[in-house]
Each structure stands twice: as C-alpha cells, then as structure tokens.
Design a protein around this ligand. Structure first.
Ligand code: ASP
Length: 349
C-alpha cells in the first residue's frame, strides 16, 4: 500500500496547495477572530530541524523541490536519524529505558488535511515517525501506544527488530552497574563514571513554495527513563504542532517542561499574533522558565535543563531558540546549514 500523502491525494486536498499570494482566512472561534498571517508570495521550500537534522533538512529540501508532499518530505528527513545506529537519541540505536528496552515516541501533523498521528512507547520498530504517519493516514485516532501501537505497525508489514546496538547495550549495562552504591550490581570498573543521562530527538518543520506546512518529531526519549514514560515528542501541541494557516513548531530537550506549557502549540499561537518564528520560540521559553518548579531552578534563577523550539511560518521565515546556546539545522530554499539558536541565558554567564 502506498504510504505517500501526495500519491494518495488524501481527501483530495493534499496536493491542492494554497495560492502563494492568498490572504489567509482568519479563523473564527466563538465570534472572536484569531489573527492570521497575511502571506506574501514566497517561492522557497524551507525545512527547519534540531541540530542532528542537517542531512534530514537537505533531504527534505530535495524532495520538496521535486514536488513531494510536505509531510512525506519531513518524514524522509527524520528517517535518516531513525535508521542511523550512531544517533543515540532516535530510533535504531536510541538509548533504552531503565530495563534495557528501547521505547520510541513520535508524532506528526499534516497541515493541508488538518490531520495528526502519534505513537508512544513503541517497541521493536525502527521508524516510529512512519508508524505515526500511518495512524494519521489510516485511522480515526490520533495516538496509539505500547503493544497496540506495535501490533498496528506489524499489521502494515513493519518488521520487529532489536533496536539495541552493541554500543547502546554496553552503555546501558555500564549505567546499570554504576547507578548506585547500595544496589546489587558491582561497579564495573570501580573507577568508571556513571554514563550521564542523555537527551536527544529530531524535530522537523517544513513549508513548501505553495505555503503548505507539516511537522514531525521522533525520539527514543530520555535515556534510562522509567519504563512506560512518554515524553513530549508524541504529544500533539507539545512535541510538534502545525496550523496550515500560520506555521509549525516543534521541540527537543526536557520533555516534561515542554508538556507543561503545550510549547509547540503555544509557539504557533505566538506566530498567529504576529511574532516572527525566533521571537515566538523565545516567548515560549520564557513561559517554560516561569512555569518551572523551584527544584528545576538554580540559585541564580536559571533552569537546570535545556529546551529548544524550532519554528517556521507560512511565509517561509524560520528560526530556533533555546534556554542555553545551541545549534539547529535549516534548509533555506537553496542550501542546508547549521546555525546558532537564539537563547535566554549564556551557559556560564
Ligand atoms: N524531548 C525528548 C523527551 O523528553 C527528549 C529530548 O529531546 O532530548 O522525550
């Protein structure tokens, strides 16, 4: 079965595009008009992603130039990281949970059809972003989790595979052995450090030259997480969010802090009221800091964690912001490069 939104021409709208010069219709809720962006002609295909998405934004840019659907392009981009055993934060080779089981989260949104799909705590499937797209394409649901998500994937012919590599197994065993002084595991070797808790994820947001927009986020979540923990990545409105009239945004970093502010949705809403993507992302991060519990704030009033938002609007403007300085990847219509994020605090400032 074809999994391409453009080939399937889902609901007849996926390939329709929106006139590049059209004024965007304001959405009306309860008689109150939500301001919408007025688009001007923009001919560029844009992809913006987390720093590990350099190859991905390049791939998405190529596919968009060939006329691919925006969600198909974004998913082909993030799949590069999902299938890369050396990316320890996504898909195959992602670090496992406390019990040594790799549990993956992913979500996506397709602006033209206003559809969303997600999977949480999915085991044994290398490409959760594609499974999330299948939820979007073929069900009336938005999120499937755990065993149900796996059975759903297997029904479409996805293969169940061991997602641990020798390298991730070694890291997990070392972490387990060294996690505490009073447990039953002997430290190996006695002078070795605990492997630090690792975060990582890939988010990608795409707009094409017709102003159609999609987003996707995929992750193995926090290393050594409590089994069953689901982060922000598969939560629509936190891990990523698309409104085809406004733009898209997504996140990487401490998922719990993002979920508490519905950060991707909030960033798109900031763009709706006129903020540029980078400013919208910064504004969301200010909200994150304000919403943080005392235990997550140091004695100088700064968060003890990092969080990133990446955003693109319907005009093709894009940017990213983080709590502490970081890098992101973008395809600007002609080339892919890594760029510095805007940020709230200097690391040692
Ligand atoms: N946001 C991801 C999560 O909380 C982790 C990350 O991006 O580093 O699962």
């Amino acid at each position: 079965m074809s999994d391409s939104l453009s080939r399937r021409n889902f609901l007849g709208t996926a390939a329709s595009g929106i006139a590049a010069t059209a004024l965007v219709r304001p959405s009306v809720a309860g008689g109150v008009e939500a301001p919408a962006l007025h688009t001007t002609a923009q001919a560029a295909n844009i992809a913006v992603a987390s720093g590990n998405g350099l190859r991905g934004v390049e791939r998405a840019g190529q596919l968009l130039a060939q006329g691919a659907d925006t969600l198909d392009a974004a998913i082909e981009g993030v799949k590069i990281q999902e299938l890369d055993p050396n990316d320890r934060s996504v898909g195959y080779g992602g670090l496992p949970n406390e019990h040594g089981v790799v549990q993956l989260d992913a979500s996506c949104m397709h602006g033209p059809t206003k559809r969303a799909g997600a999977v949480g705590a999915l085991e044994g499937i290398k490409t959760p972003s594609v499974v999330a797209k299948y939820v979007l394409l073929y069900t009336d649901h938005i999120m499937l989790v755990g065993e149900g998500a796996k059975q759903f994937a297997l029904s479409y012919g996805f293969k169940e595979e061991d997602l641990m590599t020798d390298a991730t197994r070694e890291r997990w065993l070392r972490w387990r052995a060294n996690r505490g002084e009073t447990d039953d595991w002997i430290n190996v070797p006695s002078d070795s450090q605990l492997v630090p808790r690792q975060t990582g994820t890939i988010n990608m947001n795409v707009v094409n030259s017709h102003g159609d927009i999609s987003s996707v986020t995929t992750t193995s979540g926090l290393a050594w997480k409590i089994p069953g923990r689901v982060g922000d990545s598969p939560i629509i409105g936190a891990g990523q969010y698309t409104d085809n009239e406004i733009g898209a945004a997504g996140s990487t970093g401490r998922g719990e802090s993002n979920i508490q502010v519905c950060g991707a949705f909030l960033t798109v809403e900031h763009m709706r009221r006129g903020l540029k993507p980078t400013d919208a992302a910064l504004e969301t991060l200010r909200r994150v800091v304000a919403a943080s519990e005392d235990r997550l704030i140091d004695d100088r009033g700064r968060p003890t964690f990092n969080l990133s938002f990446y955003a693109v609007n319907k005009r093709g403007e894009f940017g990213a912001a983080t709590i502490y300085p970081s890098r992101y990847a973008a395809f600007d219509g002609s080339e892919a490069s890594r760029r510095d994020t805007a940020y709230l605090f200097e690391r040692n400032g």
